[in-house]
Design a binder for this molecule. Structure first.
Ligand code: BGC
Length: 466
């Protein structure tokens, strides 16, 4: 399949693909793995679509050899996966599970054997249940336990891992998990989630320290950052935009990238900066400059002041900061209902670049689309909508680079159709189709397209300058 070249992308630009442990591994109670909050949550009635769980997911724990072969066929430079904390430390702290350690040795060695660099996420939402039982992210002990876990992983795998991501999308862990209850552990504690947000940031800071002490090459974090559009020029909508930016982006980016708390925090949820959870030195710990920033991006959002006449009641955000999401985009939607607006990614990257003089190199650590992928009679999955989505977002990245943003690489979300959290098996993000009954993997057209693009980019980069 022919792939468009992206001459605008620099020669050394790196291409990858991503997954996460709970979404693909399965083997939830095998070889000594302890339970995580997502096991408990997905097994609770009514939490996920059709009661789906990650018990089997894509069975990657057993089929990782086949998945490495798929990665090799794809020709990616890097593979981003996460380690399941409860596989290494079934109780969160305490005894180490040797079989868990061995699994990631096999995976990492298998990747290196075919020339693929591992990018490891330490926390992609699967907190050991034992730690949740002791307070979860509400308490500082969890951040300290995370640091010990990071040290263990760094000591064992540090010689072979190219890039470490401490946390994936702490927004979801803190606010969906502890404020709205839409994600595990399902707590609806409103602004109580600020303690979780702070402890996640502290966990990141402590883990960075451990990883660096163990000689890690590159350490960063992956944030889901929103490009937020203004609903109108009315002062109340401008103020709503500011509040939404604080909650969605700046709670994370200000301490991490500028060593300060959000300027407009008081207009949102006064307290992050002055809560009892903050100890002297925390801001310095959190603000130690990361080697890179991971940005996960899927769609833009528009927020207006609430109540707002255009907003259907269900579009109101559950975290009550007097803001409502407007559904204003005329573009195509993915099956998640998300509008496809690639320019919003360029805008977001430019905004970050303009705001943070200390912005480190950026990696797009998650970008992709869920589509209605059905195989044709010939077994082929013609996912042209996904190909368009990926091509347009890569072009958006190229535009950001032309505008001066230092973006080093891009990971497609995702390699496989996996367990999509509360959507269970109802959403397909993969370049590879997975039959959830037989677990058969079938590369989609987008897989072949991405391979072609990577090959074309490499060939172009290797051409002698004329
Ligand atoms: C999350 C994934 C999720 C994807 C699609 C990503 O940014 O990290 O876990 O499957 O978004 O919703």
């Amino acid at each position: 399949m022919s792939a468009p070249a992206f001459p605008e992308l620099p020669a050394g630009f790196r291409f990858g693909v991503a997954t996460a442990a709970y979404q693909v591994e399965g083997a939830h109670d095998e070889d000594g793995r302890g339970p995580s909050i997502w096991d408990t949550f997905s097994h609770s009635s009514g939490r996920t679509l059709a009661g789906a769980t990650g018990d089997t997911a894509c069975d990657h724990y057993h089929r990782y050899g086949e998945d490495i072969a798929l990665l090799r066929g794809l020709g990616v430079d890097g593979y981003r996966f996460s380690i399941a904390w409860p596989r290494l430390l079934p109780g969160g702290t305490g005894p180490v599970n040797p079989k868990g350690l061995d699994f990631y040795d096999r995976l990492i060695d298998g990747l290196l054997a075919v020339g693929i660099a591992p990018t490891v996420t330490l926390y992609h939402w699967d907190l050991p249940q034992a730690l949740e039982d002791r307070g979860g992210w509400r308490v500082r002990e969890t951040a300290e336990a995370f640091a010990q876990y990071a040290a263990l992983a760094a000591e064992r795998y540090g010689d072979r891992v190219e890039r470490w991501i401490t946390l994936n999308e702490p927004y979801c862990s803190a606010f969906l998990g502890y404020a709205e209850g839409r994600h595990a552990p399902g707590a609806e504690e409103g602004r109580g989630a600020l303690a979780a947000a702070h402890h996640l940031l502290v966990a990141h800071g402590l883990a960075v320290r451990e990883l660096r002490a163990a000689g890690a090459q590159e350490v960063g974090i992956a944030l889901s950052l929103d490009r937020i559009h203004l609903a109108s020029a009315l002062p109340e909508d401008r103020a709503a935009l500011r509040r939404a930016k604080v909650l969605h982006n700046e709670v994370w980016t200000e301490p991490l990238l500028a060593g300060r708390y959000p300027v407009h925090e008081a207009e949102t949820w006064a307290g992050l900066a002055d809560g009892p959870w903050r100890l002297p030195g925390d801001l310095e710990l959190i603000g130690a400059p990361p080697d890179f920033l991971g940005v996960n991006f899927y769609r833009p959002v528009t927020f207006a002041a609430a109540p707002h006449r255009e907003a259907a009641p269900e579009r109101r955000t559950a975290v009550d900061i007097g803001v409502t999401e407007l559904d204003r985009y005329r573009s195509r939607r993915t099956t998640m209902g998300w509008p496809v607006v690639p320019d919003a990614l360029t805008e977001l990257l430019r905004e970050l670049h303009a705001r943070y003089p200390r912005l480190p190199p950026v990696w797009i650590t998650g970008n992709g689309s869920a589509e209605d992928d059905t195989a044709g009679l010939d077994g082929r999955v013609r996912d042209t909508a996904r190909i368009d989505y990926l091509a347009d977002h890569l072009a958006a990245v190229a535009d950001a680079i032309s505008a001066g943003v230092d973006v080093r690489g891009y990971y497609v979300w995702s390699l496989l159709d996996d367990f999509e959290w509360t959507h269970g098996h109802g959403q397909r993000f993969g370049l590879v189709h997975v039959d959830h009954d037989t677990l058969t993997r079938t590369p989609k057209d987008s897989y072949h397209w991405y391979r072609g693009l990577i090959t074309a980019h490499r060939a172009q980069a290797e051409e002698p300058a004329r």
